[in-house]
Design a protein around this ligand. Sequence first.
Ligand code: PLP
Length: 417
Amino acid sequence: MSSILQASERQALLEASIRGELPDEHGRFGPFGGRYIPETLVPAFERLDAGIKAHLHEDSFQAEFRRELREWVGRPTALSFAPRLSERWGAKVWLKREDLAHTGAHKINNAIGQALLAKRLGAKRVIAETGAGQHGVASAAACARVGLPCSVYMGAVDIVRQAPNVDRMRRLGAEVVAVETGDKTLRAAIDEALRAWVSDPNGIYYILGSAVGAHPYPYLVRELQSVIGQEARQQMLDQAGCLPDAAFACVGGGSNAIGLFYPLLGDDIELIGVEAGGIGDGLGENAATLATGTPGVLQGTYTIILQDDDGQVQETQSISAGLDYSGVGPEHALLQAIGRVSYISASDNDALDALGELCETEGILTALETSHAYAAAREWAKSNPGKKILIGNSGRGDKDMPTLTKFPAKVRHYAGA
Ligand SMILES: *Cc1c(COP(=O)(O)O)cnc(C)c1O
């Protein structure tokens, strides 16, 4: 991929990224990003764009956002040194604990930020999409908090697969709308939410759940999630007295990863995004978009996607629902193309194995998504002994118990080690 940009262009784009100048006014991250949407959606996106310009970086909005993060989300989340894992890996490992945020993952940072923005823009109700249900739960909670009615679009297939989260959303006061079109999973849910938005762009605010889609969402979500990296950077300096040599985060759409990486772009830190390697390398057997995909347009943005030779978007496969997406945020496509972040994948089996090790050495049942970052970091530590590693622990794994129950724990492998 780096071949699509000259060396001098790569350097200029890296410097612009570090200075915070991307995306440009067209929502472009170098060649990626932008806004490829039907005419009917243009007014809604332009209204959102104007709303962000007016409010997002204004003092009173930021004060309210920071207060909600502190008093309701529970930030700053801890930075945990992991002594037993460090010993096993021959490294020094710190974990940024987004699992300790309200509702159990980083998604709440984005959801509450956008819910507050919806209030400022005078929205009468909120819509959101969800795949595994984590963003739906975060949006339902955030809407209850700010007092806005919330409808969550969810594929009919996912509604069956993720029944506990459907119930959580309803208890938090949200309406769950079953999407029977397309693949009846996340991609169809996003399409359907966009369709609903068109019907009333002034009254409805759409909370998109990751750093994907048309401009300004990748930018907005990054700005709201960057609190992860800002805190982690300061906590590393305060607690460890240094910055890490490398930082790892799992990548689905890319919101927790961009949140961790963005404030670290200007530092001498190796940044590594980890995608779902699924069950194999074949098309349709994984969700390793950046590692194996090609450029194309998906859901309004020009990015790297999984497609066949005819440009048909491919189905994906992963043990973790949150990584199961055939596209990725356009800023990650740029960071890969300029060589600032490398993207690799970890298989279902490696993720499961890393999850077991973390449970038994550190007492943290992490999410299956997050486990991919651990699996990759463990491999990296083998060839980079004695290094300092920061891992974005994007969420907790309680939601994954129905899946995990199918794979018996290997307690004796790690206990007392
Ligand atoms: C949704 C989710 C992810 C993947 O989403 P990103 O936008 O790539 O961060 C990762 N980890 C957890 C715990 C999630 O719930």
